[in-house]
Design a protein around this ligand. Structure first.
Ligand code: ADP
Ligand code: ASP
Ligand code: MG
Length: 408
């Protein structure tokens, strides 16, 4: 088999962990597999580097941020290659540019355009191990770019597609994908497998276990992902194409995202083009709008409420205040203490009453719902952030997702 093994921050977080990671590479080689490796920076390193930059300047140049944070992955790639070589394995570290990863020029959120990896394929065929830095590439001008937080997952899947691997093994600090974040719900249940579609929703709604774009790419190219632990040698969770053998509970997971802020622009004229007026400037500023609700109009005026990532809250508030003035609107209100909680499941297509169960469970805990949005396979509510854990736990129980307690 040809396998791309990706190791996250905790799997390369110390020299001891790098040695343990080298054990996992060595074990796969011993089974006769061809191995390419993708690594993250040592845990905490990306944050440490960003912290230094913002100490210098509160809004540092994005090009330099990318140049800075890309160094984190180079350290772990080189250290792992050194450890593998020490064991007599022919391993070679490559940074994004050396690996041939070309991206768009959007610093901090670049997208991979292509990977020219003939040299990596040669290593694989020769039984050698290329160790590639995750999270980074270069744009067409040769500037260093990064793929957004958690981007090493996407690097790994992209490399797996490029070298035509059989599977992309993503090693992390949990032993699989759970029905919800096992760090906040102790009764979360590990899944044997999950469909790309559901994982895509889980990731985009806040389950940071895989970067959303890595799942998008795996789905597009039908690349199986095996999410597993680098601490324990046990089978993890397979992210694969939906098939008939999968469980068909109404809900398969609960996700949350604290990184949300809500803005309402009140009393603006209700005529065609008004939503375009509101969201045009936000889009131009590169800000992602998420949940949107427009009120029924009264006397020719309406209100629009929407959410944005919390880090974009100050900039969006300013844009909306300016817009409100120019449209002679009534007021702009904002709240950066909200969060999003979602229930997800392809089974929702064939089960009625999911919304009622969800709203009943939240009401029973006294959690007020501020906004609601649905799609075919998810229901999302916006609530006060302080209720997130309570909401996630109560939904997990309400949809019968809690693990059955161990007998021993
Ligand atoms: P890495 O550094 O290896 O990329 P991450 O911290 O990015 O690791 O992702 C692993 C974390 O994802 C886990 O520690 C866990 O807290 C979190 N997580 C969130 N939702 C889930 C979920 N549904 N299943 C498993 N882990 C989850
Ligand atoms: N080191 C980067 C981050 O912390 C990329 C990754 O770990 O996937 O976001
Ligand atoms: Mg990650």
């Amino acid at each position: 088999m040809r396998i791309v093994q990706k190791f996250g921050g905790t799997s390369v977080g110390s020299l001891e962990r790098i040695r343990a990671t080298a054990d996992l590479v060595e074990a796969e080689l011993a089974r006769g597999n061809q191995i390419a490796v993708v690594v993250s920076a040592m845990s905490g390193e990306t944050n440490r580097l960003i912290g230094m930059a913002t100490e210098m300047d509160a809004t540092p140049c994005e090009r330099e941020i990318d140049a800075l944070v890309a160094t984190g992955e180079q350290v772990s790639a080189a250290l792992l290659a050194i450890e593998l070589q020490h064991r007599g394995i022919r391993a070679y570290s490559y940074n994004g540019a050396q690996a041939g990863v070309t991206t768009s020029g959007d610093y901090k959120r670049a997208r991979i355009k292509s990977i020219s990896c003939a040299h990596l394929q040669n290593h694989l065929q020769a039984g050698e191990v290329p160790v590639v830095t995750g999270f980074q590439g270069v744009d067409e001008q040769g500037n260093i770019t990064t793929l957004g937080r958690g981007g090493s997952d996407t690097s790994a899947v992209a490399l797996a597609v490029a070298v035509e691997a059989d599977v992309c093994d993503i090693y992390t600090d949990v032993d699989g994908i759970y029905t919800t974040d096992p760090r906040i719900v102790s009764k979360a249940r590990k899944m044997e497998q999950i469909s790309y579609e559901e994982m895509l929703e889980m990731a985009s709604l806040g389950a940071k276990v895989l970067q959303t774009r890595s799942v998008e790419m795996a789905m597009r190219y039908n690349m199986p992902i095996h999410l597993r632990s680098s601490f324990e040698n046990i089978t993890g969770t397979m992210v694969v194409k939906e098939d008939d053998t999968m469980e068909r509970a109404a809900i398969s997971g609960v996700a949350y995202n604290r990184d949300e802020a809500k803005i309402t622009i009140l009393g603006i004229p209700d005529h065609p083009g008004i939503a375009a007026n509101v969201f045009g400037p936000v889009a131009e500023a590169g800000i992602n709008v998420d949940v949107i609700v427009q009120n029924v109009s009264a006397q020719g005026f309406t209100d629009i409420t929407f959410t944005v990532p919390r880090s974009d809250y100050p900039a969006t508030m300013k844009l909306m205040r300016d817009l409100c003035t120019s449209l002679h609107g009534r007021d702009v209100q904002g709240d950066d203490g909200v969060a999003k909680v979602s229930v997800i499941g392809v089974g929702m297509r064939s089960h009625a009453g999911v919304a009622k169960t969800m709203f009943d469970a939240l009401a029973a805990e006294g959690v007020n719902i501020q906004m609601i949005t649905t799609s075919e396979i998810k229901i999302t509510v916006v609530i006060e952030e302080k209720y997130v854990e309570l909401a996630v736990r109560s939904l997990h129980t309400a949809f019968a997702l809690d693990a059955i307690p161990d007998e021993h």
